[in-house]
Structure formats: C-alpha cells, structure tokens
Design a protein around this ligand. Structure first.
Ligand SMILES: Nc1ncnc2c1ncn2[C@@H]1O[C@H](COP(=O)(O)OP(=O)(O)OP(=O)(O)O)[C@@H](O)[C@H]1O
Ligand SMILES: [Mg+2]
Length: 328
C-alpha cells in the first residue's frame, strides 16, 4: 500500500536561559525592548508532523512517501529520514526560504519566548499530488496532516478529485481554520484523526454533531492521551483500545504523530482496526519515553514482546508477520 504523508517538516531549536525573563524587563521601558539572553543549552530536534509520522512508519518497516516543502538546509535531515526508510523524493525544496523552524527559549521558571518561522512550508501549496502518484504507479492513501492551511485544502481537494482515499488529520491547524474549511478537510475522508479535545473543536467549528461527522467519514480515530484511543464507524459500537503501558514518561511531544505512524502501518498491512489502534498506542509510548519526536528506536523483538505483554500473545502473533523494524 502506497501512502503519501503530507504535512509540515520542521526543526525545533530549544534553548534554556538560566535566569528569569521577568528580571530583565524594565517596566517603564517596554516600548524599546532590546534584550539578548545568553543561553546555556541548545537542542536541535527533528520535527514537523509529516516528518514525525513518516519516520515512525519507516521505523516499523514501511516505505512512506513524505510530501512537504523544505529549504536548501534540509540535506542532513533528508539523509536521516532516508536512513529510516522514508521516501523523500517528492519533498519540494524552496529556492529562497529555509525549512520551517520553531525557536524557543525557556527560563528557569518555565516561561517561554518562542517564534515559529514558516519559511519554506508556505510553498507546500505548490505541490501537486498527480506527479507523485504517477512516479509511484498510483497512491492508495493520502494523509493530510498539519501544514500550510492552503496546502492542506489543496491536497484534500486533489485527492478527492482524483478518487484517492484520504485521511484527515487537521490537529493544530483547527485553531486557526474557519469551520467551512474544516468541513472541506473532513468531508469524505476515509479516516479522521484527532485527540478528544480536538474532536469537540471539530464539532463546534463545523456545526456537525458526533453522528453527522460519522456520516461523512469512514473511520474516526480519537486519541485519549493516557486512556488510549477510541475508534468509531457509523452503525458500529465504539471500539476502545487500551493504552500500552509506558516504562517511564520523559516528554509527550509527538505522541499524537507516533500514534498515527503505528495506526497507519496497521492499515497498510491490512490488519483489523483494533490491531491498528494497538500498534498506534505502542508506537506512541516509545515517543513518550524519550525527549524529542524522533529519538526513539523500534527494535522488532522488544516491540513484539511489549505488544504481547499489553495485548496478548495471539494479537502479537498476528502483528509479527508484518513488523519489519528498522532497528534490530
Ligand atoms: N501516559 C500515557 N501512557 C500511555 N500511552 C499514552 C500516554 N499518553 C499518550 N499516550 C498515547 O499517545 C496517543 C496520543 O496521545 P494524545 O491523545 O495525548 O495525542 P495528542 O493530544 O494529539 O498529542 P500531541 O499533539 O501532543 O502529540 C494516545 O492514544 C496513547 O496511545
Ligand atoms: Mg496532536
């Protein structure tokens, strides 16, 4: 199954200031702030929703096709993703802009000053799915993850127009998109992904009830944080998928993306929805246990052992025939 994963590709630059921002701000001079914080630590982490999701699928042994826009600075990141099984041949490289970048400085009281530079991401709206489908001999699913909003609408419209099944994953962009556009992203989707908070936001902004949303999508997958996930289809009872026990909690950033990696891998392997949700939950747990979105390793044996412990030997047996982890 050929899956195109569209969405943002970015790096996070995270710095720590060993003092308090508040101490540096002079109350009666806020009209001419000129500050430079000497920071102790700089961590550069690979991120972006599409890159995170494609990375996870690559780690599980698939060959997802990453679709997004980057700058000329993408070379190192590209080679990292390619080494983890991601097809980067359809990534668009901007001639003028840098890859999207999140810059965040945190002080000792956890106050943050951050900026998000969109950069090349704005050019994602120039990407056509047609030539990508042609290169691959067809596409079986297009995932539309958070990205330049114009690009999200365009990929959805194009998939719909070409009769390619698509999965809607509007997540963070729900906050800024109007209801009318959100309806366009979701209507007719084979899969709809969100967390439980975003599920409410979708209903509020589209004006579609729980039932009406189900009328318009094939499968709705709602993640519930530490409670796992719930899978709904019209006319079927809800399927609750319990979480995979975590070995420790380091940083939850990227768990949602990792869930999608696992779930869609199960879909690609033709497994039943319950298994897809379980693979999603266990993949998400790997991210939770590490700081960073792409810092985890998926070892095949460890993955299957943990799968068996969480969901039983028979379920693990069913999955074992497909999981071809990138790491031994
Ligand atoms: N404490 C936890 N223990 C086990 N699994 C967890 C835990 N928290 C999250 N998960 C897993 O991660 C999945 C996604 O979590 P969540 O619903 O918080 O996504 P999210 O809100 O989209 O996160 P983000 O957008 O920050 O990546 C859950 O369905 C579950 O599988
Ligand atoms: Mg999320």
């Amino acid at each position: 199954m050929r899956i195109a994963v569209t969405g943002s590709i970015a790096t996070d630059h995270l710095m720590i200031f060993p003092g308090r921002f508040g101490d540096q701000l002079i109350a009666d001079q806020l009209d001419r702030v000129s500050l430079s914080f000497l920071v102790d630590d700089l961590q550069i982490r690979r991120g972006g929703c599409a890159a995170n999701i494609a990375f996870g699928m690559g780690c599980l042994g698939l060959r997802p096709v990453l679709v997004g826009a980057v700058g000329a600075d993408f070379a190192d990141y590209r080679s990292w993703l390619e080494r983890h099984g991601v097809d980067c041949d359809s990534v668009h490289t901007s001639e003028v802009h840098h890859t999207a970048r999140f810059l965040c400085t945190t002080d000792e009281n956890h106050n943050q000053i951050a900026s998000f530079y969109t950069g090349a991401m704005a050019e994602a709206r120039l990407i056509e799915l047609g030539p990508i489908a042609e290169r691959l001999g067809g596409l079986d699913l297009v995932l539309v993850s958070p990205n330049d909003p114009e690009a999200m609408l365009r990929h959805t419209d194009e998939a719909r127009g070409r009769g390619i099944p698509f999965a809607a994953d509007p997540s963070q962009q729900l906050a800024r998109m109007p209801g009318e556009e959100i309806r366009r992203l979701i209507d007719g989707a084979a899969y709809l992904f969100s967390n439980d908070y975003e599920k409410g936001l979708i209903e509020q902004k589209t004006g579609w009830s729980d039932e009406e949303t189900l009328d318009r999508v094939g499968v709705r997958v709602t993640t519930l944080g530490p409670k796992g996930a719930v899978i709904d289809r019209k006319g079927e009872p809800s399927l609750h998928v319990s979480p995979a026990p975590e070995l420790g909690k380091a940083d939850p950033t990227g768990v949602g993306d990792a869930f999608r990696s696992g779930f869609l891998s199960g879909v690609a392997w033709g497994l039943p929805l319950e298994r897809c949700g379980q693979i999603g939950n266990l993949t998400a747990t790997h991210v939770l246990e590490r700081v960073g979105c792409q810092e985890y390793e998926l070892g095949r044996q460890v993955f299957l052992d943990r799968f068996a412990a969480a969901y039983g030997a028979a379920a693990a047996e069913e999955v074992a025939g497909f999981v071809r982890c990138h790491h031994p």
